[in-house]
Design a protein around this ligand. Structure first.
Ligand code: 9UX
Length: 72
């Protein structure tokens, strides 16, 4: 089954920021969708927990240059 995760993201100021967060998360193996809400500073991610761990999502966002905290 797929898992769903909300991530609080810090440091996004324009739509290019949210697009790069989205691309970084979508590149992770096991992620099936990623929607980033710029104004809410949040990402909604659906992923297969067998191939993708929550920490990998957090790290991908941080590697793209933003702050990330797992919310749920
Ligand atoms: Mo927009 Mo974000 O010019 O790192 S891409 S601020």
């Amino acid at each position: 089954a797929l898992c769903r995760l909300e991530v609080a993201i810090g440091g996004m100021t324009c739509t290019a920021c949210s697009t790069s967060v989205e691309k970084a998360v979508l590149r992770i193996d096991g992620v099936s969708s990623a929607t980033v809400a710029l104004l809410q500073n949040k990402a909604d991610v659906k992923f297969d927990p067998r191939t993708c761990k929550e920490d990998a999502i957090k790290e991908a966002i941080e590697d793209a240059g933003f702050d990330a905290e797992i919310l749920s």
